[in-house]
Design a protein around this ligand. Sequence first.
Ligand code: SF4
Length: 403
Amino acid sequence: MLKPPRSLTIYIGIFGRTNVGKSTLVNYISGQDTSIVSKVAGTTTDAVYKIMELLPIGPITLVDTAGLDDTSLLSKERIERTNKVFELTDVAIIVTEPNIWTQYEQNIVAELTRRKTPFIVFVNNYKDEILSNSFINILKAYNNQHSKLLNESEYRESFLNEFKRILIDIIPEETLNLQPLTDNVIKKYQTAIMVVPIDLGAPKGRLILPQVQMIRAALDESAMVYIVKDTELQRCLDSLKNKPDIVICDSQVVKKVFDIIPKNVLFTTFSIIFTSNRADFKIMLQGIEALKNLKKDDRVLIAEACSHHASKDDIGRIKIPRWLSEHFGFDVKYDVCAGMDYPKDMKKYSLIIHCGGCMINKKQMISRLNYAVENNVPITNYGMVISFINNTLDRVIEPFTKS
Ligand code: SF4
């Protein structure tokens, strides 16, 4: 069976001191030997990601983290990586042993609360120890709408059922049922043309994830979908008896498509749909104001949510800097981060230009956006920047701004 992309799964982050039983819990849930289980403290040297189907919830990613209390030489880097897991965790599980609740666990609770992340406290009570009144009283405080208590010894036989019941209870509705990519864009039975250039930058033999996800979302609406290269768009339009309801294109051909399609057809880009679906559209749009005010030698961060081999025509590293240089008539300085990397030191940037983020979940995208806002750094999106440069921005944001 094909695995779903991680960005479409619910991330369950498992936190706790070293050797407290986090890996055992992962194996308990997944029914597989996913993580290394060992008596040696800190065996999980990095976060371990495991995608699985957890019916009836759907696809989940279990993230087994390294303990944050590890004092080994590698621990600084490991702690950094574990901290990154907070960014993407939709629901957390704090694993603890009977009658142990320290500042360490409280710090995790504080971090999750700050991020509005619901959590489950899992007491790994395989020795059937009697829980002290003071321990029970502490944990009772975490048995509410946003957090739940799961004592392993109470549910040993029916653990998985109880775990799923609690998860469904605690996962926010918008996480459980992701907003469809078609919202504001494609209605039931409509006709859409998707324009996909096959140029040197296109991966060989396949479409990229935003395109694939958009096609699937359109099919879910029983839409009629025509997929064409930019060179065939006019021919496609000519062949249709009625005009399409919407044209969606790759940002790189936005000007060409804008010039071809009728004025009364809804028009946007894959990148802008993703921004609307998984980020704060208004904040991203405000970033364009900062773009307009860029000055020579300002520093701009190009942020990509996946690691890929950069071609000589790479959109983030080559094309956007070149187009901005042509547009403004001067150069700014660029840093690039990719994949899980996202710099802590933000203050030096005048602007962040982020990709559509199809490889990360909404929680991580929002965490990145919030971090930029907390540091007073404007943030915007590839598609918005490219459309701005091509004088098509007003038109491509119309599906998301008109009431
Ligand atoms: S660069 Fe961003 S939008 Fe493009 S494929 Fe990677 S995660 Fe998706």
